[in-house]
Structures are given as structure tokens and as C-alpha cells.
Design a protein around this ligand. Structure first.
Ligand code: ADP
Ligand code: MG
Length: 340
């Protein structure tokens, strides 16, 4: 009998969800289940319309984006791409997201690769029907995994007939960017929690930053650290503990190394990426987890338009210069700077 455990939890929590938020008296909070996860939207204030109107627009946009990318909907762009075709026309948003995904693959030398889908299916990470994949089959399927097998020109997607994609590592980040546009349009201050991705729309107040907590990967009921963050940023965390199953005493998690087809054997426990472009933050957090500590530190040094928090298996919290006022909540971690 195999023992299956599936855990899906929010990785990052924003500490002031309950208190000290901007003009609390007018705020509206909405909860929604979308993209296989729980999302929460809190709109605190707005300079146009009402907070209810902003929240309503955001909920609508979540539904639209979900429909576009839902691999379980037969006519979504993801399903159409995953069918046995070599050329098709996709919506503007899909073309945009595929271009970002390809750029993220190039930047991370293939550590992020949406064409991972055939191997994800072998492990059951596409539908929760988990099982240990067969080594021979994994090796056979590795030939289907290559982001270069899919290209985008305008709205036309060209691909190998066997190429299938998973947008699980990037779609929530993209959705956050779409919702940020709505907040921007309305001049709204909002806090979004999209299944662990945090989106800080606007500044908390004129002279106060948001405070964000990062979950302790070793004890997900507690916080490893908290820090101060400017508004108009996404804070995205990837960790092995987010979704996994156990079989014969071994744990298999959902972040796959595209070079091996196996769950990434990482010396990092979690990777948080902070930046203005949520889609890239999402893709990079997944990729850096695959890359491991040494390559991730080098990556962080080269990409100073983003900030990074790497929690290592040796209980270090490695941070870049934009992560300010960090407080380690648990005595077990040592905070160190990545110099760049
Ligand atoms: P979560 O979706 O739990 O927030 P991530 O952003 O790290 O976590 O994305 C993990 C998801 O991305 C997996 O569930 C899978 O759908 C997909 N994925 C797994 N490995 C890779 C990879 N190397 N490159 C791109 N996508 C991946
Ligand atoms: Mg990701």
C-alpha cells in the first residue's frame, strides 16, 4: 500500500492581514478557489470607484485567466497547445505568457521549462494521481522536454507534435501582474495572496512599507523570517514542501529538474523572488530551486532588478540588498548577505 500525502499550502503570508493595514474601515476581502489553489484579495482603498468594484474586476480577471490556461478545460489555450497539433493560434495573453516563459528558460539555462508536462504526468503532478515514475520511461520522455521545441510569432504557436506544456510554475505570477494592472488603473491599494504568491498593489502608506513573512520550510506552521517590502511588487516562493507525496519512506516533490526528469535534488529549502514582474518572479523561484545554492547565488548577483531570499538546507537565509529590516523569527536560521 502506498501512502500518499498531498500538501498544498500558502508559502508566504503577509503579516498584517489582520492588523495595521491601510484604512481598514473601507476594506473588502474576497476568497476564491482558482488555478487549483486558494486565493484571497483584500482591497483597502481606491481613488476611483469603490473597493467592491476593484475586487469584482479582479475576480472577473481571475476567472478569465484561469479559463485561458486551465489544462482541464478542453478548449483552453493550454489544452489546445497540448493536443497533437504542430501549429495553432492563441490569445494575446497566451502568446505573451509563452514569450515570458521562453525568456525565463533562456535566462535560467533550461532550469525553468514549461515543456516539462510529459514527465509531470508520469509522476502524477498534473492531476494529483501520484506514483513513482519508471526510470526507463522518464529517460524516453526526456527527449520531449525542451523549450526550444515551442516557438511563438505574433499569435501563432509552432511546436513539435509531442510537446506539451505546464504553466503551473508561472501562471499565478502572470495573473498577479494582470491584477496589479487593475489596481493601478483604479489607484487602489490591495494585498493579494494567490496560492502563496503575494502581490503588493500600491504602497501600504506614504511612509510605511509592507511587512512580509516567509514560511519556515522545516515547520510550515511557523515563519522563518519577515522583512519590509516596497509596494507594487510580487513576492513569490517555491519550495519542495508545497506539493509532494511519499512512497516507501521516500518523498517526491513537484519541482522537476528538466535535465533528469526527477524531483530536483536541491540544497535549497525554499527560494523567494521579489520584483515588479510577477511572472518572472514565479518562473525564477521555480528555476532557482532546481539550480541549487551555488548557481542561485551567482544568478542573484547577475540579476539586480530582482531581490532574492534563499533558505538553504544548512539553515542559512541568504538575502540580497533590497531585502531590508529582515528579522529571523526562529533562532535556527543565520541571515547572510549576497554581495552584488
Ligand atoms: P507552486 O505552483 O506550488 O507555487 P512553483 O511556482 O514552484 O510552485 O511551480 C511548480 C509547478 O511548476 C509544478 O507543480 C509544475 O506544474 C511546474 N514545474 C515543475 N518543475 C518545473 C520546471 N523545472 N520548470 C517549469 N515548470 C515546472
Ligand atoms: Mg514558480
Amino acid at each position: 500500500m502506498r501512502k500518499i500525502i498531498s500538501v498544498l499550502i500558502c508559502v508566504v503570508i503577509v503579516l498584517q492581514l489582520c492588523s495595521c493595514v491601510p484604512t481598514d474601515d473601507t476594506k473588502v476581502t474576497e476568497n476564491i478557489t482558482a488555478m487549483n489553489t486558494v486565493m484571497q484579495i483584500t482591497v483597502f482603498n481606491t481613488s476611483k470607484g469603490t473597493v467592491e468594484e476593484v475586487a469584482e474586476k479582479m475576480l472577473q480577471r481571475i476567472n478569465e485567466v484561469e479559463k485561458l490556461f486551465d489544462a482541464n478545460l478542453f478548449d483552453s489555450d493550454t489544452s489546445r497547445i497540448n493536443s497533437a497539433v504542430t501549429e495553432l493560434t492563441v490569445k494575446d495573453e497566451t502568446a505573451e505568457l509563452l514569450n515570458i516563459a521562453k525568456k525565463a528558460s533562456e535566462t535560467t539555462e533550461g532550469a525553468f521549462d514549461i515543456t516539462i508536462m510529459p514527465v509531470l504526468k508520469l509522476w502524477g503532478f498534473n492531476d494529483g494521481n501520484y506514483g513513482v515514475a519508471d526510470d526507463e520511461v522518464i529517460k524516453d520522455f526526456l527527449e520531449f522536454i525542451d523549450y526550444k521545441n515551442i516557438s511563438v510569432a505574433g499569435n501563432t504557436v509552432t511546436k513539435n507534435v509531442n510537446t506539451q506544456i505546464s504553466l503551473g510554475g508561472i501562471a499565478k505570477g502572470y495573473l498577479g501582474d494582470e491584477l496589479m494592472k487593475i489596481a493601478d488603473e483604479y489607484g487602489a491599494t490591495a494585498l493579494l495572496s494567490l496560492g502563496g504568491n503575494i502581490v503588493l498593489c500600491g504602497n501600504k502608506s506614504e511612509n510605511e512599507k509592507w511587512t512580509v513573512g516567509i514560511k519556515n520550510p522545516k515547520d510550515t506552521e511557523s515563519i522563518a523570517c519577515s522583512f519590509k517590502c516596497d509596494g507594487n511588487k510580487s513576492v513569490v516562493t517555491s519550495g519542495a514542501y508545497e506539493r509532494y507525496f511519499e512512497y516507501s519512506g521516500k518523498t517526491y516533490h513537484h519541482i522537476i529538474d528538466p535535465k533528469t526528469g526527477y524531483p530536483a535534488d536541491s540544497d535549497l529549502l525554499s527560494v523567494t523572488v521579489i520584483g515588479e514582474n510577477g511572472a518572472f518572479c514565479d518562473a525564477f523561484s521555480t528555476a532557482l530551486f532546481v539550480m541549487g545554492k551555488e548557481k542561485s547565488v551567482a544568478f542573484a548577483k547577475e540579476h539586480n532588478e530582482f531581490d532574492f531570499i534563499l533558505i538553504t538546507e544548512n539553515n542559512e537565509i541568504l538575502i540580497t540588498d533590497g531585502v531590508t529590516d529582515i528579522e529571523s523569527e526562529s533562532g535556527n536560521f543565520t541571515v547572510k548577505s549576497i554581495q552584488r
